[in-house]
Ligand binder design. Structure first.
Ligand SMILES: *Cc1c(COP(=O)(O)O)cnc(C)c1O
Length: 453
């Protein structure tokens, strides 16, 4: 079969979608979503269809119902777009269809993954001996890192947790900050530590763990700190936390899904001073590095701890010394390395730094513009995150509805210290100063409209 026409059609449709992003509304209109839902509410047909026909059908019903989250005016959650080199590489690597489990299965997938990791460890200024792997995102990176932590602290207490589980194991003291990300709690639950059976350290007004309020640490212990609060962008005080962990033999894990990238900018790096002293880190590529979904990284100082937690052997798998599959929760997995390498190769160190700084400048512009319009900014804008204060959750919901009706931009709701807020995260390579100005105007318009009702 000649695949050229089909693949060229797919590329043309994808390019058309991207070219239209800037001119379209950010959220899809209700009619497009309703049309999608009804088109998909059909049973599996008896007979197959031509690939070109399938593609045309998926494009026709799917594209209009997409959210323009890879465009320049989507500020919800922490959402990056996709750098052109990363997108094109993703398409190419999809054609390769490699399994990144072992080197035997794909030398190319494994080679790119190793280089992606090495380049990122270097960009973050970590010790070159750090190891890790590409996973689906920071949730699985947190889970993987905490599995390594669980292995390590229990092994030191004479317990083999992979073999014997947690029943009867020495109790592990698990410490989190009051502003811990929900996915860290989820990871702790998956690992048998419990989402709630943790010591919670109070946070300060920016959401930073208060190092002076750390409990007395007693090994086996795991402390979960954070680089980049999901609302405020604030960083925990890693120096004093690392001191306490080192003194007690506790494992220090840092959830740095987006904030850890600050280390790759000389201007932002001081925010994360001391973070390099941790034992493990979770980082996303699909957020601030602007690779396609899904890609995140688990990084550990001691690769043996992660390998002991993850690896298994089966004679038929022909595994060699240490495979990516020895460092990940999944076995068969897509090759995410090429697109991460492509993003980094197209940016270079300078371009990465410039992307990070630019997003933070835009966040500052949002805070200034909205502040001048009389809206209260609830956080110290130190990174790419801005929280705007409102009267109530109902007011924020009405505001978001008005923003969606307008279509210029999208931001999500939040709660910050008990107050309702609109959350703005600038994480896309696409966002320009003009996007920020237009979005500020749209937000101010929507606020007036809601308040006039
Ligand atoms: C986004 C985020 C996560 C979860 O990452 P996923 O990529 O969605 O799995 C964890 N922690 C923080 C701080 C985040 O911002």
């Amino acid at each position: 079969m000649d695949l050229d026409p089909l693949l060229e059609d797919a590329a043309r449709r994808g390019a058309h979608h991207l070219a239209a992003l800037d001119g379209r509304r950010v959220t899809p209109d209700a009619a497009a979503v309703a049309a999608l839902d009804s088109a998909l509410d059909v049973d599996l047909p008896e007979d197959g269809a031509e690939p070109a026909e399938v593609l045309a059908w998926i494009d026709a019903i799917g594209s209009p119902a997409t959210v323009a989250s890879s465009g320049g005016r989507y500020f919800g959650f922490v959402t990056g777009g996709t750098l052109p080199a990363a997108l094109a590489t993703n398409w190419l690597a999809s054609a390769w269809d490699q399994n990144a489990f072992t080197r035997t299965m794909s030398p190319t997938a494994v080679g790119f993954e190793r280089t992606a990791l090495r380049w990122i460890v270097s960009a973050l200024g970590f010790e070159p001996g750090c190891e890790g792997a590409i996973v689906t995102g920071a949730t699985m990176a947190n889970a993987s890192a905490l599995a390594a932590a669980r292995h390590s602290v229990l092994a030191r207490a004479g317990w083999d947790v992979e073999r014997d589980g947690l029943f009867g194991a020495p109790e592990v003291q698990v410490v989190v900050g009051a502003e811990v990300h929900a996915t860290v709690r989820k990871a702790l639950g998956l690992l048998g530590f419990g989402r709630e059976r943790v010591v919670v350290v109070p946070a300060d007004d920016q959401g930073r763990m208060r190092a002076d309020a750390l409990p007395v640490l007693r090994a086996p212990a795991i402390v979960c700190a954070q680089a980049g609060n999901v609302n405020s962008g604030a960083f925990d005080p890693f120096g004093p936390i690392a001191d306490a962990c080192r003194a007690a033999g506790a494992w220090l894990h840092v959830d740095g899904a987006f904030g850890l990238w600050a280390r790759a900018s000389s201007r932002l790096a001081p925010l994360a001073t001391g973070v390099e002293r941790a034992d493990s880190w979770a980082l996303d590529a699909h957020k601030w590095l602007n690779t396609p979904y899904d890609a995140g990284l688990v990084i550990v100082r001691d690769g043996n701890a992660l390998s002991n937690a993850m690896s298994f052997r089966a004679p038929y798998l022909a595994q060699r010394d240490r495979e990516p599959g020895d460092l990940t929760p999944d076995s068969s997995r897509r090759a995410r390395g090429p697109e991460v390498v492509a993003a980094l190769r197209s940016l270079g160190r300078r371009g990465l730094e410039e992307l990070l700084d630019r997003c933070c400048d835009h966040a500052r512009r949002f805070a200034d513009g909205l502040g001048q319009a009389g809206l209260p900014i609830l956080n110290d804008v130190v990174l790419n995150q801005v929280v705007v204060g409102f009267e109530s959750d109902a007011e924020v919901a009405a505001l978001i509805e008005a923003l969606e009706a307008d279509g210029t931009c999208w931001c999500g709701p939040t709660q910050w210290h008990g107050q309702a807020g609109l959350r703005i995260s600038v994480s896309s390579w696409q966002t320009t100063a003009d996007d920020v100005a237009r979005s500020c105007d749209a937000i101010v318009r929507a606020v007036r409209e809601v308040r006039a009702r």
